[in-house]
Design a protein. Sequence first.
Length: 73
Amino acid sequence: MYGPKTVFIVTESMVAILLFLIVYSTSLPVIMFFAFFIGLLTKGTVPVIQAIITVPFQDIGKYDKIFSINSFV
């Protein structure tokens, strides 16, 4: 439905908003709540980043080399 680039941009925008809310919140439970959701969003972007990297190389089909370069960088 949505491409990996769109998902990545929306997710990173949400992380920026949550960081902004953490900076201006004064309550510890609220900060923990926002930090938890930042963790969920950042953990979910790992497969999206790998999809962004592998899409241009679909014709080649050497995914093991692509993933090894990605993990090295």
